[in-house]
Structures are given as structure tokens and as C-alpha cells.
Design a protein around this ligand. Structure first.
Ligand code: ACM
Length: 560
């Protein structure tokens, strides 16, 4: 047992003993009472007894709550770079003000975001002001400090003192990530959407934190099954809580085209009209897509739109006969096979089509990326495939976006800033020694649609089962020989939706694996230890419940 575990065990024993002694005194008091000796004992003795009970019970409450408050620091996911906990307690009160500095719209928005997070479950009326004075009266201070020394855009310092909270970062993004940490320092009731009566206390302490990888992402396939804007926003909310900063949305595949393209309206009118299993499908208007992009941006998450090509294109081919080499549109497809469709590589209309599609989506997407898929093009000759990817890369570049593609695109002549996304362990050779940045999404470690075990009803198994422990106990920088830390841009956990119908299905496959992936992407390597992590993860059970997440209650974790 580690020293930390020893100390915690000791503290827990003390709490139990002290609780026991309080109960004993109360029982003794009752016994005394029941025996009819109450009045004979005399007022002073009774007063002393009452005083003794009050003091004892207060002591126990303080020691118990301060220990569990301190545990909130220990239980943070992702684990911060440095944590120092001290003995004091900060209490959030109704009259607290959030002060932001400097005075600008973005900082005010961050203040309001935090105020809403805190006001909802507390019922307080915490306000935001743009001028800060001395740190006092339990106020919360959000400060941008250009000269701080934290690496990257997302680092932050969080200081919790008895009479104030101070969150400092170089960039607003850092403040936003720090707010996610602050959430986890409160009682899990902070995540409830209705007013809760609990003490809103935090142990005092200091956290210094910044991410390991720049790209920490999750992908949602809205093509195999369509999910509403509200479902997508809910998914973004859940990513936010674990400091995910990219949202890759798989917008088109054989089974459905999900984004309105004004210059090719049939893509959605026809190509978006169904989904796996023959349901009615759906699509996002450009306004709705922008709503998703803006919602993500408000959560400091960059949307990465994907239109998969040249394979995975049956929905497009079914919508426009001219995109097919034989000028004949196939039927819409509602099954689960892959690798049977291909755009027609040697027709110029294909590139006009792609220029229109990529152009319209690029215009709606402020982030710098455009994902072209490129996977499983089993119906495209290798030579044609390479020709196609080279041409598409030019189109993406002409719309001022950085191209991202799955493993297979590395067979083409890629620009040095094109990004590879590794998914299939049989393609490892394709991604090493290319000198390109790689996003790690190895199917057998990170695919959220893989079943947890043989009893999981949802999901697939082609890359194996991924239980909560397997998802956590590996490292992107040591998984593949020849692909080390410097080649890795980050991590992404994709969720393919062949078997998923509802947001509750999405939640079940995503939680509790996502917090582990978030930690792999954020926290320094070398700390990871399943026995330690599973205790931390168990403490997030009440948080998941407060957030009403339909999570998989894995038997590998002793849920709190
Ligand atoms: C993939 O899973 N076909 C990228």
C-alpha cells in the first residue's frame, strides 16, 4: 500500500471511530432519558452533556468533511500536473461575486458560464463583475495573466483559499479548463440541474495544470444513425467536463448524408432520408450545423467535420447518378457492410462536387481542419486512390483547411501539415516514419463502439472487447515501435453508431471509458496505475449520476 493510501486508510478509520463515539453518546443520552433520571441529574450536568455532544458531533463533521473534500483533489480526472491540498475550507455563499480581469466580452462570458454552473444547483444568485479588487469575502477571481509560464494555451493555476478562489491562465481556454477542475472539487451535487441542499465547500489547495497533448478528441458518427442537435450538444457537454478540446463529427457515410449542401440539395433530401435499420434518418440544415459549431466553440471545443471519401459514399452516389461511373444511382443503403462504394475517380464532376461540398462546409467551420476520411476504400484501385487523395488534398488546401485522414491516406503524397489518424493496427506501417503528426485512435484501445465484454448488448467486436481497464492501461507513445511522443498530435476516441439509436446508447458506450481517454490525453505519462485510477473513477459515479449519464457500471470498479 502506498503512503498516500496508508494515510487515507488511517483517516477513514479515525472518521469511523469518531462517528461511532458520537452515536454512543447520543444513545447513552437517550438511555439516561428513558430511565427517568433526566430531571434528577440537574441542569448543569445536562448542559455539559449537551455541550459535549455538540462539540463531539461538530468535530466529527469537520474531520469527515475535510477529508472527503481533500479527496476531491485526489480524485480529479484527468489528474492535474501538480496538486497541493491544505487544511482549510472554502465555502461558496450566495453573496459571492465572480470578478473577471481583463474586462472584455470573452472573460465576461467565462464568468457567466461559471456563475450558471454554480447557481443552478445552489440556488444562489452569484453575479459577474469585470473589475477585481482585493481578494476577499469568498469571491472568485478569473484572471488572464499573459506572463505566466505554463506551456500551451490550456494551462491554468487554481488557488483555493479560505476567503477566495483564484483561477489564472494565459488564455481564456485555460480559464475554461480550470473551471472544469473547479467543478470536480465540489460535492457531486454541483452537477445537478435542480437546487440541492448540501454544503458547498472545497478544501483549500493549489493546482498547476496543463495538457500533455494538443489534440484530445472524441468522434461521433451521425451517419449510421442520425442524432438531433440537442443530442450532439449533450455529447459536447459531457466531453467538456473531461477537458476534451476537439469534436470530430462523421457527417457522411454509405447510410446517410447529414449536412445540407446548398449546391447539391439532393444529398440530404434523398441521401439523408434513412439510416441503419431503415429508420427515417435526418440531417442538419446549415443553420443547425452552425449551432453545433458555435455551441462547441463556446465550450472551447473545435469541430472537425468529416466527409468520408472516396469509399463510404453510397448516400451521395444514391443522390446523384452523375457521381457514378455508370451514371446510375444505386439504392439507398441501410445495412452495416463497408467497402462497397466509391466515387468515380476519373470524372471531373467528382472534383467539382467535392470542391462545392468542402467549400460550403469549410465556410461554416471556423476551425482549421477538414477530415476527408479515406478509410476502407476497398472498391477503388490503389493507383486511383492515390490520384484521388492527392487531388482532394489540393481542394482542401484551396479552402484554407488542414487535411486530416485515416491511416490509408498516407499512401498518397501528403503535405507536411496533413494529419494522419491511426485507427487500424494492421496499418501501423502506414503511419510510422512519415514525418507527419498522428492522432492516435487505435481501434483495439480507443473505439468507443467496441463492447466492454461479452455481455454488452450494444456495440461491435471486430477490434475486440475494450473493458474500462483496457481502455486506460496503455500509452499512445509506446504502442507502436517507431511512433513516439514527438510524432503524436494527440488522441481521439471514435464512436461509430451502427448499433446506437439514442443519446442514452451513446452515453452507455462513452462512459466510463471517456474519462480514462481524457486522462491519457491530458495528464503526464508514467503515472498511470489501474489500482489507483479505479478508486478515482469510482468517485465519479455520483457525478455521472448527478449528470444523469446512463453509464456502464463496470464490475471492475467498486462504484461509490
Ligand atoms: C474506420 O474505423 N473505418 C476508420
Amino acid at each position: 500500500m502506498s503512503t498516500e493510501q496508508n494515510i487515507l486508510k488511517q483517516l477513514k478509520t479515525n472518521i469511523q471511530q469518531s462517528r461511532f463515539s458520537v452515536n454512543q453518546s447520543i444513545n447513552k443520552n437517550r438511555f439516561y432519558n428513558l430511565n427517568g433520571n433526566f430531571f434528577k441529574a440537574g441542569i448543569p450536568v445536562i448542559m455539559l452533556l449537551i455541550l459535549f455532544i455538540i462539540i463531539n458531533s461538530c468535530k466529527s463533521e469537520i474531520s469527515e468533511s475535510s477529508v472527503s473534500l481533500k479527496e476531491n483533489y485526489r480524485n480529479l480526472i484527468p489528474k492535474p500536473v501538480s496538486v497541493i491540498v491544505s487544511d482549510g475550507i472554502y465555502t461558496l455563499k450566495n453573496k459571492v461575486t465572480i470578478y473577471v480581469e481583463p474586462e472584455n466580452e470573452e472573460m465576461m462570458k467565462l464568468g457567466i458560464y461559471l456563475a450558471e454552473l454554480l447557481n443552478t444547483p445552489t440556488g444562489f444568485n452569484i453575479k459577474v463583475q469585470s473589475k477585481s479588487g482585493k481578494f476577499r469575502r469568498g469571491n472568485i477571481y478569473l484572471t488572464l495573466h499573459k506572463k505566466d509560464t505554463l506551456p500551451g494555451k490550456e494551462g491554468y493555476f487554481l488557488e483555493v483559499e479560505k476567503n477566495y478562489i483564484h483561477l489564472v491562465a494565459k488564455q481564456p481556454e485555460g480559464i475554461f479548463r480550470g473551471i472544469q477542475t473547479l467543478r470536480q472539487l465540489f460535492n457531486p451535487a454541483i452537477e445537478q440541474s435542480t437546487i440541492q441542499q448540501v454544503p458547498w465547500e472545497i478544501a483549500t489547495g493549489k493546482i498547476t495544470d496543463y495538457p500533455r497533448f494538443e489534440w484530445r478528441s472524441a468522434m461521433l458518427d451521425v451517419s449510421r444513425h442520425f442524432f438531433s442537435v440537442n443530442d450532439v450538444k449533450r455529447f459536447i457537454d459531457l466531453l467538456t467536463a473531461y477537458k476534451i478540446n476537439r469534436f470530430h463529427i462523421h457527417l457522411a457515410d454509405d447510410q446517410g448524408w447529414r449536412i445540407q449542401i446548398n449546391s447539391w440539395p439532393n444529398l440530404t433530401l434523398h441521401g439523408g432520408s434513412t439510416e441503419v435499420g431503415g429508420g427515417k434518418g435526418g440531417y442538419y440544415t446549415q443553420e443547425e450545423y452552425s449551432e453545433i459549431v458555435n455551441y462547441a466553440r463556446e465550450h472551447y471545443i473545435t469541430v472537425v467535420p468529416e466527409i468520408d471519401m472516396p469509399g463510404h459514399t453510397n448516400a451521395a452516389l444514391a443522390s446523384y447518378p452523375e457521381l457514378n461511373c455508370n451514371n446510375t444511382a444505386p439504392e439507398l443503403y441501410t445495412g452495416m457492410r463497408v467497402g462497397f462504394s466509391s466515387l468515380c475517380i476519373h470524372k471531373e464532376i467528382t472534383y467539382k462536387f467535392l470542391d462545392d461540398v468542402i467549400g460550403e462546409i469549410a465556410n461554416l467551420t471556423p476551425g482549421p481542419y477538414f477530415h476527408i476520411g479515406g478509410d476502407e476504400a476497398h472498391s477503388t484501385d490503389k493507383e486511383d486512390y492515390i490520384y484521388f487523395i492527392n487531388r482532394v488534398q489540393e481542394i482542401v488546401r484551396s479552402h484554407n483547411k488542414l487535411m486530416v485522414g485515416w491511416d490509408e491516406i498516407s499512401q498518397a503524397q501528403l503535405d507536411s501539415n496533413t494529419i494522419l489518424q491511426h485507427w487500424n493496427s494492421s496499418h501501423e506501417k502506414l503511419v510510422i516514419n512519415r514525418g507527419l503528426q498522428v492522432i492516435m485512435s487505435p481501434g483495439h484501445k480507443m473505439y468507443l463502439d467496441m463492447k466492454y465484454d461479452s455481455t454488452t448488448k450494444l456495440g461491435l467486436t471486430w477490434a475486440g472487447y475494450i473493458n474500462v481497464k483496457d481502455a486506460y492501461t496503455w500509452d499512445p507513445a509506446t504502442l507502436i515501435d517507431g511512433l513516439g511522443e514527438k510524432n503524436i498530435l494527440g488522441t481521439e476516441s471514435p464512436l461509430w453508431s451502427e448499433t446506437l439509436n439514442t443519446i442514452k446508447d451513446i452515453e452507455y458506450m462513452t462512459f466510463p471509458r471517456l474519462p480514462g481517454y481524457a486522462e491519457i490525453g491530458w495528464s503526464p505519462p508514467g503515472w498511470r496505475n489501474w489500482d489507483e485510477y479505479k478508486i478515482r473513477l469510482s468517485s465519479h459515479g455520483p457525478r455521472f449520476k448527478a449528470m444523469e449519464i446512463n453509464f456502464h457500471q463496470s464490475e471492475m470498479v467498486d462504484w461509490q
